[in-house]
Ligand binder design. Sequence first.
Ligand code: 9MR
Ligand code: 9MR
Ligand code: ZN
Length: 569
Amino acid sequence: MSNTYFTGKNTARISPFRIFTDQAGYHENARKIAVMTFRADIFAVIDENGDKLYEGAVTYFGFDECSGDDIYIADFSAFTKRGSFRITAGGEQSAVFRIGNGVYRKLFYDTSKAFYYLRCGCKLEEKYAGRYTHSACHTGTVHVFGDNKELDIHGGWHDAGDYGRYVTAGVCACAQLLYAYKMFPDVFRSLDLDIPESGSGIPDILSECRYELDWLMKMQRSDGAVYHKLTTMRHAGFVMPEGDNGELFVFPISSSAAADLCAVCALASRIFAEFDKEYSEKLKEAAELSYKWLEENPEIIRFCNPIGCETGIYGEDNDTDNRYWAAAEMFALTGEDKYHEELISLYRSGFDESRNYYKSALGYSITGGLGSLTYILCDRPDKNEDVINDMKSMFIGEAYWLADKADKSGYGAAMSKEDYFWGSNMELMHHAVKFIFAEKFTNDSRFTGLAEEQLHVLLGRNPFGISYVTGCGEFSCNYPHLRPAAADGIEECIPGMVCGGPNSYLDDWRAKQLIPQGTPPMKCFIDDPDCYSLNEVTIYWNSPVVFVLAYLNSKENKGTSKNRFEQRK
Ligand code: 9MR
Ligand code: 9MR
Ligand code: ZN
């Protein structure tokens, strides 16, 4: 019997390279470390003709706990020539990588463009999608679960490898993109994503966010409550999105969804004010409506899957962080005292001690950090300086703790064993984002370059020498748990998709079958489309990568204003 849920493709490949580098490359003045797991005395940097351009001594780093590897290091930081190179040592070589300006530009384009490929409810035309076209999907009537009502709600991004659309997940991704824009507007002003809205005078990343925001606002009820998700009862098999004909439902409301929707609409309202007054006003009204609903419903309303529904839950057992974030965004937008007071009061006494870390977490489920950052960064004259300083020390303290982890890791990852759970690459990238803010808040050079180091791990400097972003590098993920990728018959996966990464809990049956018990956490990965707890993709794993790349590109622009942003190639 054929099981449509199982591709059964054997896609496991072993890297032909045994020296691990970032496969996108390195800025010329960056610290440049390649990692190897075998002993050699010297290493060399070679160019495309195989000519040796630099030599150095290999050093022994020590044993790395997360991977179980003995680590040897090739430090070629002093090599600053621009071009394409490989590292060689002991008869082995690395994948090709670049050094110079613009090494992350194509990736910035691809990871930002990924959201377009996940658009739901519209046709993806060849003009914008190249080979990855499909006709409009999920445009049917939507039933309100447990009610006789029907709604016309289409749009938004597919969440992930599945075709569900979930409010809290969508909000998180959208908010992180909006923050990226807010922090580094320069790099987004020149980022043309080749989407239908390109050339409208609004930065493409904002138009992409608007596609999601429009859908999110449709998930809001007229009383301000917000449906938690819109999916079929069960996940589709490996079919193209337009082939998923299961009946669509919006499922019950949750207070996290209402608070998150309020927060992202308030944030977007601030940003869109510069481009489209009317839209900004509409977003503000949506935010206010949900905030009012939150005030009238102070108790948490949790989401649980109704019987028979098997799609993602995104359940949360606490909504204080979501309400805190909403208050912060409303204060930033309006400056009104009532939001300010609510924010300060939640900050001071809303969280019990075991949940203090909620105030710095960046989502998807715990969003307090987004609230804290908004408060620190918004320009309102009457902010409470004590609270600001306290919030900053919280982020800085955490970043020092993460920096220590990075120092101890042979691969330079600010991760401990426990961090390798479902979506560990999100954790890795959130840590990168924390280094970026710590650098901004302290000017301590200890943080400089640490965000980049995390990216290097994502892009190939890891025990498999695999780049976890599709289409990036000679050896990269190509078989993610992504329905269109499995169904479109095209060998090369849509580029720019960030895979979840190693997960020591092996949360799906196929991963359990393929990966032996006791495998070190950092090695609990396989690029197999059936292992959804390892190599699925989601919008909120892409968004922090876009943030980090925006930061790096913006840093580069500042350093070398002469070098024009060559969009893609
Ligand atoms: O494809 C689904 C994936 O997107 C989800 O992350 C995952 C967990 O909710 O579920 C996957 O769907 C599986 C379903 O839950 C059980 N049958 C097999 C499906 C995937 O092959
Ligand atoms: O990213 C989510 C992960 O943190 C959870 O452990 C996991 C199981 O609940 O669900 C993940 O989210 C999936 C969602 O439920 C359905 N769409 C795909 C998401 C990524 O795998
Ligand atoms: Zn769709």
